[in-house]
Design a protein around this ligand. Structure first.
Ligand code: BGC
Length: 257
């Protein structure tokens, strides 16, 4: 747990605060936007159950307070978010639908807060600092976690809220077959799960013809176990920022409401 320096924002500072709300954990840290790195060790708190807006906002407030942060906050969220309003929250609680999260969090924290989709946040970080840096063309980031998130970029520009992880595969939501959670909860071997992931990525190749696929999220930490089992024609690489990408991407959006 982090206790060291307690960074405060300064005007025109390159420091921002990023929060990554996930289906199993909520993580946060201050970020240096010049390098795209965490300034302090991140803190993770289990996602409350049920993950209602009130319960999750309490955790976000606790995280911001634990860092003594006072300045713009960016927040990555596992669902569709349009102009700060949550439209879907498959792996959290239905009460989130229709919530103006920017307004709710800005009021609770008394600081400027902006929310965006978590895969989009991770993608923004990978495009600016990580595995997709300086890559033109079509780049697709796929996050492997509780859900199966996607972020689509064309020449570095984000097409937000793509939600391609919910395409149908074998009559099911692809997320329930090819996410990291599906591998763990289904006790699938790397080979079995890689086949499902490969099938999903095959659909992605057919739909959006990416020049590069970046695999991120917690599941990508063990990329060496399954990358050699994939048979894609485009480049497929693990994310460089891995589990920090959501926090960094959220911080990049802080102050952008
Ligand atoms: C959500 C996406 C999210 C992904 C990863 C999916 O269930 O619909 O919005 O990006 O999970 O958290």
């Amino acid at each position: 747990m982090a206790t060291a320096t307690r960074p405060r924002s300064r005007s025109r500072s390159t420091r921002r605060f990023g929060v990554d709300i996930g289906g199993s954990g909520i993580k946060a840290a201050p970020v240096d936007l010049r390098s795209g790195t965490l300034i302090d060790e991140r803190i993770r708190i289990e996602t409350p159950s049920p993950a209602t807006p009130d319960a999750v906002v309490d955790v976000v407030v606790e995280l911001v307070e634990r860092f003594g942060w006072n300045g713009p906050v960016g927040c990555a969220f596992p669902g569709v978010v349009k102009e700060g309003t949550v439209l879907t929250a498959v792996n959290l609680h239905d009460e989130w639908r229709g919530v103006d999260a920017d307004a709710l969090l800005t009021e609770r924290l008394g600081m400027d807060v902006h929310m965006l989709n978590d895969a989009d946040a991770a993608g923004l970080a990978e495009v600016r600092y990580g595995a997709a840096k300086d890559r033109d063309g079509v780049v697709l980031l796929v996050t492997l976690g509780t859900g199966l998130g996607t972020a689509l970029f064309v020449d570095g520009h984000l097409v937000p809220n793509t939600e391609l992880g919910h395409i149908e595969m074998h009559g099911q939501d692809a997320e329930t077959l090819a996410s990291e959670r599906a591998r763990i909860e289904g006790d699938l071997s790397w080979k079995k799960w890689a086949k499902l992931l490969d099938e999903f990525l095959g659909h992605m190749e057919a739909f959006v013809n990416p020049d590069l696929i970046v695999l991120g999220g917690g599941g990508a930490k063990k990329a060496d176990r399954f990358l050699p089992l994939l048979h894609r024609t485009c480049d497929v690489v693990p994310a460089a920022l891995l589990n920090d990408a959501g926090i960094v991407g959220a911080a990049m959006e802080a102050g952008q409401a």
